[in-house]
Write a protein that binds this ligand. Structure first.
Ligand code: AMP
Length: 216
C-alpha cells in the first residue's frame, strides 16, 4: 500500500516519473488538473465553474477541489495506493486531505519532491521547440533536429511556444515555488516529505524515487 504525493516544478520530468510509477506499482495517478480539464471539455457544471480560473492560471476554491478528491479516493482502484499529482496545492487542502484519509483509515506515506534549480529548468524549458506542422517536440541541446529549425519528420518549421519563453517560464516557476513551499513544509513537519535530486537520466531519477518508496 503506497499513498504518495508527487511534486516537482515544470520541466522536472514529474509527468514522466508519475507514468513510470503507475506502470511499476499499478496504482492510479490522480491529477486534479487532468480531472478539471476533462470537465471543461465535457462542459459539465464543474467544468463551467473551473474554466475561468484555469484560463487565468488561478487556483480553484479549496472546497471544490477537496470535493473532487474525496469522491475520487473512494473509488476501488485507490485501494492499493495512489499518486496525487497537483493536489494538495494549499495548506487548507493538505489539512482536508488528512481528514478525508483519517476517515478512511489511510495516510500519506510520502510527499516526494523532485528538486532542480531554476537555472537548469530554464535551460531545459527555453530550449524546447515544436513543429508547426506535425507538433513533434525537440530540444536545442538535448534532442536537436538534424537541420536547425526544421522538423526531421515532416520538414515543417520549428517554433518556440509562448509558454516556453523565458519571462513566462520565470513567472511559472515563481508561482510554483510560492504555492509549493507551504505544502512541502506541512509534510516536513509530519516527517513524510522526501526531496530527491531531479538531475540526471530519467531512469536515475526514477531509481531515487523507488528507493524512497521501498526503503523510506
Ligand atoms: P495543473 O495541470 O495541475 O497545472 O492544473 C491546471 C489548473 O487547474 C490550475 O492552474 C488550477 O486552475 C486548477 N487546479 C488544479 N489542481 C488544483 C488544486 N489542487 N487547487 C486549485 N486549483 C487547481
Amino acid at each position: 500500500m503506497m499513498n504518495l504525493i508527487l511534486v516537482g516544478p515544470p520541466g522536472s520530468g514529474k509527468g514522466t516519473q508519475a507514468k513510470m510509477l503507475v506502470d511499476k506499482y499499478n496504482i492510479p495517478q490522480i491529477s486534479t488538473g487532468d480531472i478539471l480539464r476533462e470537465a471543461v471539455k465535457e462542459g459539465s457544471p464543474l467544468g463551467k465553474q473551473a474554466k475561468d480560473f484555469m484560463d487565468k492560471g488561478a487556483l480553484l476554491p479549496d472546497e471544490v477541489v477537496i470535493g473532487i478528491i474525496e469522491e475520487r479516493l473512494k473509488k476501488p482502484d485507490c485501494k492499493g495506493g495512489f499518486i496525487l499529482d497537483g493536489f494538495p496545492r494549499t495548506v487548507a487542502q493538505a489539512e482536508a486531505l488528512g481528514a478525508i484519509l483519517d476517515k478512511m483509515d489511510l495516510k500519506i506515506e510520502y510527499l516526494i519532491n523532485i528538486e532542480i534549480d531554476d537555472e537548469e529548468l530554464l535551460k531545459r524549458l527555453t530550449g524546447r521547440r515544436t513543429c508547426r506542422k506535425c507538433g513533434k517536440g525537440y530540444h536545442v541541446v538535448f534532442d536537436p533536429p538534424k537541420n536547425k529549425d526544421v522538423c526531421n519528420k515532416c520538414k515543417g518549421e520549428l517554433y518556440q511556444r509562448d509558454d516556453d519563453k523565458e519571462d513566462t517560464i520565470k513567472s511559472r516557476l515563481k508561482v510554483y515555488h510560492q504555492q509549493t513551499a507551504p505544502v512541502v513544509e506541512f509534510y516536513q513537519k509530519k516527517n513524510t516529505s522526501r526531496a530527491i535530486n531531479g538531475l540526471g537520466k530519467i531512469d536515475e531519477v526514477f531509481q531515487r524515487i523507488t528507493d524512497i518508496i521501498e526503503r523510506g
